[in-house]
Write a protein that binds this ligand. Structure first.
Ligand code: ADE
Ligand code: ZN
Length: 345
């Protein structure tokens, strides 16, 4: 087999692998050409030259960019189109389900209109489902810098609205800049749990292992977004394994936003081997110029994974997702069929 046909075969296999994506932001799905076009139409200037639009200087710079890009989405049509495009992209990577995070604070045009915003995203996702594309649940996210009362206000609003597309409460943003905020958000996360929402928390990216333990012990996290810096404290790795709390790891994001120097130094494989329920994700796929399949291939190459490991990580992603139990059974059946063709048992 030639090198090229070997690469194509590997890529096909990773694409066909049925998998869920559990850590991805709608804010990370902007196409730079589209952004430049919308900015021109609305007579808004670019924050830097077009060729350098996606050159980020780290997490803080990246998060600032999200405020600018999200503010360009001012109509129902643009938001529905963006949401549809994500589902299409996921499906073309063999994704069968995603928990998609969005943070209302970034979207200026929708402030005070979260119900309309949810309806616009939902209409794009519904159209995608009708076209046979992957199904997607929504995780509504707080920003780390928000106050306790803003957090409780968001949860009470979501609880009253009961939008069927919303599956979880999330918190994202810059953990390092905001400091330890577990106690500040405890009441909001407790209310979310009581209202039947799942809970997912960005931690262990710009915060260390303490961010991960705070997310579990103070916020009752069902899942951790990133979580990789748990590796710095064996007790926190134990906490993840004992409670079987999955982590949504995003290798390329961690390299591009400066958490690790290289894939070789990334702790993903060590966490997996320690028994942590590791999943692979893109975080902000278009802005960081990656795909879900590429993330699986990078891990396969860097860590020398067999098909059995690919199967295990895909299974983790389905288990870790907030899809309905009857949906998960369907997804696991598809995955088991992949396994019977490609794994040696
Ligand atoms: N929002 C979008 N991407 C993020 C990341 N990598 N960390 C924190 N918040 C985010
Ligand atoms: Zn993220």
């Amino acid at each position: 087999m030639t090198l090229t046909s070997n690469l194509i075969e590997k890529k096909n296999l990773a694409t066909q692998l049925p998998k869920a994506e559990v850590h991805v932001h709608l804010e990370g799905c902007f196409d730079p050409e589209q952004l430049a076009l919308w900015a021109k139409e609305s007579a808004i200037s670019l924050p830097r030259p077009k060729e350098e639009l996606l050159n980020f200087k780290g997490l803080a710079d990246f998060l600032e960019f999200l405020d600018w890009s999200s503010s360009l989405v001012s109509t129902h049509e643009r938001l529905a189109q963006l949401s549809y495009s994500y589902a299409r992209r996921l499906s073309s990577n063999g994704g069968i389900y995603a928990d998609l995070i969005f943070n209302p604070t970034h979207w200026k045009a929708w402030h005070g209109k979260l119900d309309n915003m949810l309806d616009a995203i939902d209409s794009g996702l519904r159209a995608a489902e009708q076209d046979g594309l992957a199904s997607v649940g929504l995780c509504v996210s707080l920003l780390r810098q928000q106050s306790a009362s803003e957090a409780v206000g968001l949860v009470d609003y979501l609880t009253a609205l009961k939008h069927p597309r919303v599956v979880a409460l999330s918190v994202d943003g810059n953990e390092a800049a905001a400091g330890r905020t577990g106690k500040r958000f405890a009441e909001a996360f407790s209310r979310a749990g009581n209202a039947g929402l799942k809970r997912t928390v960005h931690a262990g990216e710009s915060s260390g292992p303490q961010g991960v333990s705070d997310a579990i012990l103070l916020l009752g996290a069902d899942r951790i977004d990133h979580g990789v810096r748990a590796i710095e404290d064996p007790a926190v790795v134990d906490l993840l394994t004992e409670r079987n709390i999955p982590i949504g790891v995003c290798p390329t994001s961690n390299i591009k936003l400066g958490v690790y120097e290289s894939f070789e130094k990334h702790p993903l494989n060590r966490l997996l081997e320690s028994g942590v329920k590791v999943t692979i994700n893109t975080d902000d796929p278009v802005l960081l110029n990656t795909t879900l399949v590429d993330e699986y291939l990078i891990c396969q190459d860097t860590f020398g994974w067999s098909n059995d490991v690919l199967y295990q990580v895909a299974k983790n992603s389905i288990d870790a997702s907030f899809a309905a139990p009857e949906e998960k059974i369907k997804f696991l059946k598809a995955l088991n069929s992949w396994e019977s063709q490609h794994c040696i048992r």
